[in-house]
Ligand binder design. Structure first.
Ligand code: PMP
Length: 397
């Protein structure tokens, strides 16, 4: 039976990572993978995580099953982090949360949950979006459609196209929106655009699904959640998928959460049993380690303060490189306008260069980025920024 299997195209980013690894050029630069790196090009374990792990080692007294919803203390913390302490949906017990294996696990559980609620639902995603959104939702058996989002010509949001498309979405469908730090474009909604999105969601009656994989990487923990909090203030129901991979640097621990916001606490209770039955049929219960680390950090004033500091350091480093790219390219005599880079947020930006130029950067200079020209800004540091700017200037000539 296995001999009948056909090869499957692998994720282009994974292929890029493999090619980078094998490249012997000592000047090689990896701008492909969406993982934070420091000035030394290293993805270090956060200090607050190290301390929380030490605490866990001391306190852990059992390895018994954790339960389908995962760690309840983590779930409470993550709800407050996302919606804000004292948000009306929390006070009214309209939210139910399960911790999941990563943000990807949250999205998969959400997809199965949506299918239970409406087997005919179509999920609408931004064009473009994180490539795994589309394959994940299709694999779960949902119909997937795209709505216009990024405008490659203006290098900004295609607001007219976006709202024209959303005006056609029927009630019963789901619309995925990125909370902040849009992957892959870095182009986020302004607060006014969140207000407009909220109004359309109410008018059309579709259910928003907010994917928040980068809270704290854009403008700050509260600022990055401002749009989704406004949405939660006004819609009857929504889904939130969050991830602690980037903001806690816990990538391989696989820790995220899915939160269902229902119209009232009664519906939330029924949503909860449905959510847990989805979890039970996929992986039964999530791994505990990452959730307990996050809960230990957020339980402690000192560790929370340390986390805020470390998160701000990551965010500020990325933002400073957004400006540095523009300055260094200008210093190399590049005439094109790259000012859009500072209007974008988070880990990524589209450079807006063509496939041939991307290929030359890879083949002639060992600078690796995705074919869409998406660059992961954190791959740049003081040792490679000049080489990067010089190489880009060369292929733009
Ligand atoms: N959503 C988006 C938009 C992402 O970029 C990512 C991570 N690349 C995820 C979800 C999933 O993150 P995790 O690693 O926690 O599964």
């Amino acid at each position: 039976m296995f001999a009948q299997l056909q090869p499957v195209a692998t994720d282009p980013i994974l292929g890029l990572m493999a090619a980078y690894k094998e490249d012997p050029n000592p000047n090689k630069v990896d701008l492909g993978v969406g993982v934070y790196k420091d000035e030394q090009g290293h993805t270090a374990v956060l200090k607050c995580v190290k301390q929380a792990e030490a605490l866990r080692l001391k306190q852990e007294d059992s390895k018994t099953y954790i339960g389908m919803a995962g760690d309840l203390s983590f779930n409470g913390h993550i709800e407050k982090l996302a919606f804000g302490v004292g948000h009306q949906v929390l006070l009214a017990n309209r939210v139910t949360t399960a911790h999941t294996p990563g943000g990807t696990g949250a999205l998969r559980v959400a997809a199965e949950f949506i299918k239970k609620a409406n087997p005919n639902a179509t999920i609408w995603v931004t064009s473009p979006t994180w490539a795994n959104h589309i394959s994940l939702f299709k694999a779960a058996g949902l119909n997937v459609k795209e709505y216009r989002y990024y405008d490659y010509d203006t290098k900004g949001l295609n607001e007219d196209g976006m709202f024209a498309d959303l005006a056609t979405v029927p009630a019963g469908d789901v619309v995925l929106v990125h909370a902040c730090c849009h992957n892959p474009s870095g182009m986020d909604l302004t607060f006014a655009q969140w207000q407009r999105f909220t109004a359309v969601a109410k008018e059309r009656g579709f259910t928003p699904l907010v994917d928040m994989a980068y809270q704290g990487f854009g403008s700050g923990l509260d600022e990055d959640a401002k749009g989704l909090r406004h949405l939660a203030d006004h819609v009857d129901e929504m889904i939130l998928c969050s991830s602690c991979s980037k903001n806690f640097g816990l990538y391989r621990e696989r820790i995220g959460a899915v939160s269902i916001v229902a119209v009232d606490s009664k519906v939330a209770d029924v949503a909860r049993v449905n959510l847990l039955s989805v979890v039970r049929s996929i992986y039964s219960m999530p791994p505990a380690h990452g959730a307990i680390i996050v809960a230990n950090i957020l339980d402690s004033k000192e560790l929370t303060a340390l986390w805020h500091e470390e998160l701000a350091e990551m965010r500020n480093r990325i933002n400073s490189y957004r400006q540095l790219i523009i300055d260094k390219l200008a210093a190399q005599g590049v005439q094109q306008d790259f000012s859009f880079i500072t209007r974008q947020h988070g880990m990524f930006s589209f450079l807006g260069i063509n496939k041939e130029q991307i290929g030359r950067l890879r083949n002639d200079f060992s600078i690796y980025m995705v074919d869409s020209s998406r660059v992961s800004i954190a791959g740049l540091n003081h040792s490679n920024i000049d080489y990067f700017a010089k190489s880009v200037a060369t292929v733009l000539k």
